[in-house]
Design a protein around this ligand. Sequence first.
Ligand SMILES: NC(=O)c1ccc[n+]([C@@H]2O[C@H](COP(=O)([O-])OP(=O)(O)OC[C@H]3O[C@@H](n4cnc5c(N)ncnc54)[C@H](O)[C@@H]3O)[C@@H](O)[C@H]2O)c1
Length: 260
Amino acid sequence: MIIKEKIALVTGAGSGLGNDFASALLKEKAAAVCLVDIVENGDKIASDLQKEFPQSDVTFYHCDVTNHSLFQGAFEFVKKRYGHIDIVCNSAGVAAYDQELEASVRALRVNLEAVYYGTKLGMEYMDKEKARGGVIINIASTAAFYPTDSGMCYNASKAGCVSLTQSAGSRYNLERCGVRVNALCPSLVDTPMISSTPGLREMIAALPNGRHEFLSIKAVVQGFLQLVENAELFGVAMAITPWSGTSIIRNNQNYITFEM
Ligand SMILES: NC(=O)c1ccc[n+]([C@@H]2O[C@H](COP(=O)([O-])OP(=O)(O)OC[C@H]3O[C@@H](n4cnc5c(N)ncnc54)[C@H](O)[C@@H]3O)[C@@H](O)[C@H]2O)c1
């Protein structure tokens, strides 16, 4: 897909990677990007991006993506304003340790349940029978593949996100509705999620075998753009780490690996 002149909806775009993905789409001259988030200063975030990219339309839609009908409201808002949607990125996410019962269940809801809503809504609103087809990128994590001692729900939510993406992104579904669905699985990236989770930085510092190394935002954004643009990529998970570069995983097997 050529991003120029396309219409995008990005969840979690009030901060961190979601905001980087929104900027990257605007740099590629997307016609419009709607930032969907629960942050309170979303209008300011959107107006700052609008100043940076005056040729595009940047909007903010405040909603909790774990609420299906509120989330659907974001899709309706974009459809009403521009007529259609081309790109959906589900980046909203939260971290959690096993000791925190409520936060762990919340991680399952935001990182998996809401990604299901965003994927299903994306497939409905971009269905080629009613619209123009499109692409959905779900932000998972290498936590889907590497177990850690204290992140059962976070890791399960990300494994679920990969599995959900593989099913939604099947060849049959692509042929039926014209929507490619892919997952991006970065290893650790130094974003506000890391700083705002107490004890996480210390836990990361103690990880063995170079696993504490942060991935550059540039590498994550490059992977994201590749998943959006490359029409050959559907139903895949792209894993990116500083220690083994980038791999495309299809049907739970590596089928392309390239160095960073
Ligand atoms: N930072 C990392 O090391 C890392 C690594 C791999 C994957 N990821 C994933 O990347 C995605 C982005 O994470 P980040 O590091 O940029 O974190 P972040 O905390 O900077 O951004 C997450 C955003 O999601 C929003 N959000 C949370 N719950 C929401 C809800 N219910 N409804 C709407 N918005 C909500 C937050 O307000 C925030 O703006 C997440 O899915 C995360 O799991 C992060």
